[in-house]
Design a protein around this ligand. Structure first.
Ligand code: ADP
Ligand code: ZN
Length: 731
């Protein structure tokens, strides 16, 4: 059906709602009729719910009982392109449609009438009395009098209290008016000058611009070391897209959505783009949602869920740091925003740019196979060069068991601090110590709700479970044997590392960057900016710092435990470690001073460490691809994870075993089932978790088979089943 389909009053329409029902419901089109795709309010039992007209009604209900649509909402109807995107994403991720629709309507108050707010502009009157505060307002208004402001803006910008403004309204010096709250975003100007590009940047821009003009779907892997100008290049692709009159979306891992980045975008296009992220207020979200639908927002910079906004004409999706695990939603609808971006673009004739210094193996293989185009930026922009990388062989270092900064690393850090440069000590472990051990009985303090260890957070004076977030005060006695004062921290966390650094570098300013030390994402970003500007000499950080921020004074990166991540059964462990090492190393020497990266390791001859040090990326990928191909695992085969969970472990295993035995639907496509086994984290929030893993060949209809297979069991009571297609992590 096309967007032109219209249902006359009284015609039967099928409405998809966000309620967990397994079908669209029949209603009668309201007075005046409605378009296919219209957002509507319908009665459901005693309630009113929001839905979308999804097609003609099925007509399988008693026509006398079919109720009428109550009203059509005042927003643009959902386009057919968006409807098929949601349907195909649902089929891919095996997600029920109502959950998909919830994802696509995550803005509050969509059903409300467009709300109004008060705005203020210059009026005709003159004040009865002139005060300093009033003069400030008048001077401000004589400069900007043709613009209008909210009370808060005007008070802040002219430096007076709101009562001053209200007083001026009374005398008609200012006019108070009602204006709609959801106003268009300021227009972007793609014709502002770009930077002067290097040759390989210019070649990349030319290729992306040509694709933008063709208005065809294409995906391009944009590869280049940190600092090579990937952002410059894709911003020109954004310009080309905007010049076509189409909308553009730049997806970033949430933490990379920094003020610094937004400023760059603003400089390039002369106005601030729409920002979609978890920190956005409810009214901002609603404004973006609506404006994207009408074309009043041309450019959206957002975290992964921005992919589900109702764009009017989306022409480009950039996925920056495309390898980042933050793109995989691990709760609710399990989707990978990178893959869904490709799906959406292929439906609406848009181009996708996947930017990364260290692409995922999936994208690398797709580019090798010719499914994606590929652009390589081979050198860093300007004088900065890739850091020199060396390993520190920890077997040869003289270091007591409770310390982690080797003498070699220590003297390198000292040398930087003396020169007024910055050093980063990277450790991907939050908190003080990963294990709290009783020296009397050997007990390791664990979470009461999960099978995970409690991590000491000395800063918060609590133990915390990194799985469920449960915290408890630091106990004085061992919870197992009651011995007092016997609990000891084992292993390093960033907080503990900072104590060691304070002792080793007493004259240095030391800053710890870890997500849990900040009340909000905003506070964290502010701190990052201050540190980047030089507020610290030694930075201690978790993987947060690996994500795309500029530290111009940083010339040394010390990776405390390069072996972390090499262990473990995760099929992507090697890839993750390689990417992380490369990115962290990429922080060093971004500006003029050349950087050094030192990797502390007990296995300097491990292939991942060696490839990292050699900077041999193609070599690493080729080896890793060969290994996965031989094992028939993604991206050379397909996988699905099934997690069954419930409060009763026996019941959970019963159902899992039943599924494992009745695997005919899977055998029909040549797929195998592994398990059931306790999930690596066998209990979360008191729920026991059992995992089955399905492995299949590349070209098979995996989702259909899995859907038929899991439909064999009926989930009673508190039992839950989650399907994770293309699982990224295995917890
Ligand atoms: P990446 O996204 O690959 O990490 P960026 O686009 O952020 O790289 O570029 C790194 C730095 O170099 C930025 O400060 C950017 O403004 C600057 N830069 C890159 N290319 C150019 C250019 N052609 N002219 C001027 N500055 C550039
Ligand atoms: Zn827990």
């Amino acid at each position: 059906m096309s967007d032109q389909d219209y249902f006359d009053e009284g015609a039967l329409v099928g409405v998809l709602t966000t309620q967990p029902l397994d079908r669209v419901l029949d209603y009668k089109a309201p007075e005046g009729g409605c378009w296919l795709g219209a957002f509507v309010e319908v009665p459901l039992g005693p309630r009113k719910v929001i839905g979308v007209v999804w097609g003609p009604g099925r007509g399988d209900w008693d026509i006398n009982k079919v109720r009428s649509v109550m009203r059509v909402l005042d927003t643009a109807p959902m386009r057919s392109e968006m409807r098929s995107f949601l349907e195909r994403a649902a089929a891919y991720t095996l997600t029920p449609m109502p959950a998909m629709l919830r994802l696509a309507t995550r803005a509050p108050g969509l059903g409300d009438p467009p709300s109004m707010r008060k705005i203020y502009r210059r009026g005709e009157g003159t004040p009865d009395r002139v005060t300093a505060a009033r003069t400030r307002v008048l001077e401000f208004m004589s400069e900007y009098g043709d613009l209008s402001f909210t009370l808060k803006e005007l008070a802040e910008l002219s430096g007076v209290g709101p009562s001053v403004i209200k007083g001026l309204v009374k005398q008609a010096v200012l006019r108070e008016e009602d204006a709609p709250r959801d106003v268009p975003f300021p227009p972007m100007d793609p014709t502002l000058p770009s930077k002067e590009l290097t040759d390989d940047q210019a070649a990349g821009v030319a290729a992306l611009t040509a694709t933008a003009k063709s208005r065809d779907y294409a995906t391009t892997l944009l590869r280049g070391v940190t600092g090579s100008g990937k952002t410059e290049v894709y911003l020109e692709a954004v310009a080309a897209c905007l010049a076509q009159g189409r909308q553009a979306l730049v997806l970033l891992p949430e933490i990379a959505l920094t003020a610094e980045f937004l400023k760059r975008v603003e400089v390039r296009f002369g106005a601030r783009p729409a920002e979609w992220h978890s920190g956005a207020t409810m009214s901002e979200r609603r404004r973006i949602w609506r404006m994207v639908g009408t074309g009043g927002a041309q450019l959206v910079i957002g975290a992964r869920s921005a992919l589900f906004l109702p764009y009017r004409d989306l022409g480009l999706i950039v996925v920056d740091e495309e390898h980042d695990t933050a793109y995989k939603q691990e709760e609710g609808v399990l989707y990978n925003a990178r893959d869904m971006a490709v799906l959406r673009a292929s439906i609406c004739g848009a181009q996708v740019v996947l930017a990364s210094a260290t692409p995922s193996l999936e994208s690398w293989v797709n580019a090798e196979a010719g499914k994606y185009k590929r652009i390589d930026l081979t050198s860093r922009f300007g004088p900065s060069v890739m850091p020199e990388m060396r390993s520190i062989d920890m077997r040869a270092e003289d270091l007591p068991g409770s310390r982690w900064i080797s003498p070699t690393l220590q003297s390198e850090v000292k040398a930087r601090v003396q020169k007024g440069e910055q050093a980063l000590l990277f450790l991907n472990r939050r908190g003080y110590a990963p294990v709290t051990l009783c020296r009397a009985c050997g007990h390791q303090v664990g979470c009461a709700q999960c099978d995970a260890r409690m991590v000491e957070h000395r800063f918060l004076k609590r133990l915390m479970c990194h799985q469920c977030g449960e915290t408890t005060p630091m106990p004085e006695a061992c919870p197992s044997c009651d011995a007092v004062n016997k609990l000891a921290p084992v292993g390093p966390g960033v907080e503990r590392l900072s104590e060691e650094a304070e002792a080793l570098f007493p004259d240095a300013r030391i800053a710890v960057l870890s997500s849990d030390l900040f009340g909000s994402a905003r506070a964290l970003k502010e701190q990052i900016v201050e540190i980047a500007e030089g507020a610290a000499d030694v930075i201690i950080g978790t993987q947060l710092v690996a994500k795309g921020h500029n530290f111009p004074k940083l010339t040394l990166v010390g990776v405390i435990d390069a072996d972390l991540g090499l262990q473990g059964s995760d099929l992507r462990a090697a890839e993750r470690t390689f990417q992380l090492m490369r990115q962290v190393a990429g922080r060093a020497g971004r500006a003029e001073a050349a950087g050094t990266a030192l990797l502390q390791t007990f296995q300097p001859e491990h292939p991942v460490i060696r490839a990292t040090l050699a900077g041999d990326e193609e070599g690493f990928w080729r080896a890793e691809a060969a290994e996965r191909e031989a094992a028939g695992v993604p991206p050379f085969g397909r996988m699905a994870g099934i997690i069954l969970s419930g409060p009763d472990v026996g019941q959970v295993f019963d159902v899992a075993n039943h599924l494992a035995r009745n695997d005919q639907p899977l055998r029909q496509i040549g797929a195998q089932v592994y398990g059931p086994a306790p999930a690596p984290i066998a209990r979360i929030r008191g729920r026991h978790r059992v995992r089955l893993l399905v492995k299949a060949g590349k070209g098979v209809a995996l989702q259909k088979a899995v859907a038929r297979w899991v439909a064999q069991v009926r989930l009673k009571g508190e039992l839950r089943l989650a399907v994770d297609i293309d699982p990224q992590s295995f917890f």
